[in-house]
Design a protein around this ligand. Structure first.
Ligand SMILES: [Zn+2]
Length: 281
């Protein structure tokens, strides 16, 4: 009797080990990323200052073990464990969508909390108006059935690195950061600009949204390349909009007004809708 019992507990142990191992393998394989640059550095830690352990080539699949801000801990095919920059890999989890109602969109009101952003000539703060416009955009998108995540919905401090990380961790289909411009001298510049960093989907998103903003009562300064961290260190299609000059007395009148903000929000949502329609193929 004793012997049979012992055999049974052995079988249970083996089944449990196989089960755990299978789950582990499935979870590793279901959570992988693909290298999208010619050569990707696998580093000993989550920053460009860490040493390179191995270089991997375009198209290689890497299994994800952990994530920290904009860095991903992975295992390579040679079983090297290291960290890669998340904006240099394609997140396999992002699904193609052709409608707003299928999309996850991250809305980023610039600045907040201890960071006021730029100031108007009378001391009005950029962070106040980025939140007002971004909230209007988020509400309109939710009405249309989109899944919206805001990087902040109150006046609080959010680090720059955390903003694109929120978009990547949620496998967002688009990320839009809202800001207002400021010139070195007051009252010398006016109008809005749409910035992209990565060519491809981000540039297309910037162009489509910029086209739809022609209804606005400020000058359209067009689409420009911009080296901003929140749209650079990311694998999600991302743009940053400077929606007028806060230190221009005419622009700030518009920026403060409900009319301008409502039209701005509607235009951005229209642009997003048209952008997703072009993603159909
Ligand atoms: Zn700003």
């Amino acid at each position: 009797m004793k012997k049979i019992k012992q055999n049974k507990s052995w079988i249970i142990t083996i089944v449990a080990i196989i089960f755990t191992f299978t789950i582990l393998v499935i979870s590793l394989y279901s959570n992988s990323v693909t290298v999208k640059v010619n050569q990707l550095n696998l580093r000993t830690g989550p920053a460009v200052t860490y040493k390179v352990k191995e270089k991997v080539t375009r198209g290689t699949r890497l299994q994800v073990i952990d994530r920290k801000d904009n860095w991903i801990k992975v295992i390579s095919n040679n079983r090297t464990i290291g960290w890669v920059a998340s904006w240099l890999v394609t997140n396999g989890k992002i699904k193609d969508v052709s409608k707003l109602s299928e999309a996850t969109i991250v809305i980023d009101p610039g600045h907040g909390g201890s960071d006021s952003g730029a100031l108007s000539t009378t001391g009005l703060k950029e962070k106040t108006y980025t939140l007002q416009v971004a909230t209007k955009v988020a509400n309109l998108l939710r009405e249309k059935g989109a899944n919206v995540i805001m990087t902040r919905d109150t006046d609080k401090t959010v680090s720059l690195a955390k903003r694109p990380a929120i978009a990547m961790n949620n496998s967002a289909n688009a990320f839009i950061s809202f800001h207002f411009d400021s010139s070195d001298e007051a009252n010398v510049a006016s109008g809005f600009t749409c910035y992209y960093y990565h060519k491809g989907q981000s540039l297309q998103l910037a162009k489509t949204i910029n086209d739809s903003m022609d209804n606005l009562s400020l000058a359209n300064r067009g689409v420009e390349f911009g080296d901003f961290l929140v749209i650079r260190d990311t694998s999600v299609p991302s743009i940053l909009i400077e929606g007028g000059y806060i230190n221009d007395d005419n622009d700030i009148k518009k920026i403060k007004s409900a009319d301008y903000q409502n039209q701005y929000a509607e235009d951005v949502v229209d642009g997003l809708s048209r952008y997703f329609a072009t993603q159909q193929q």
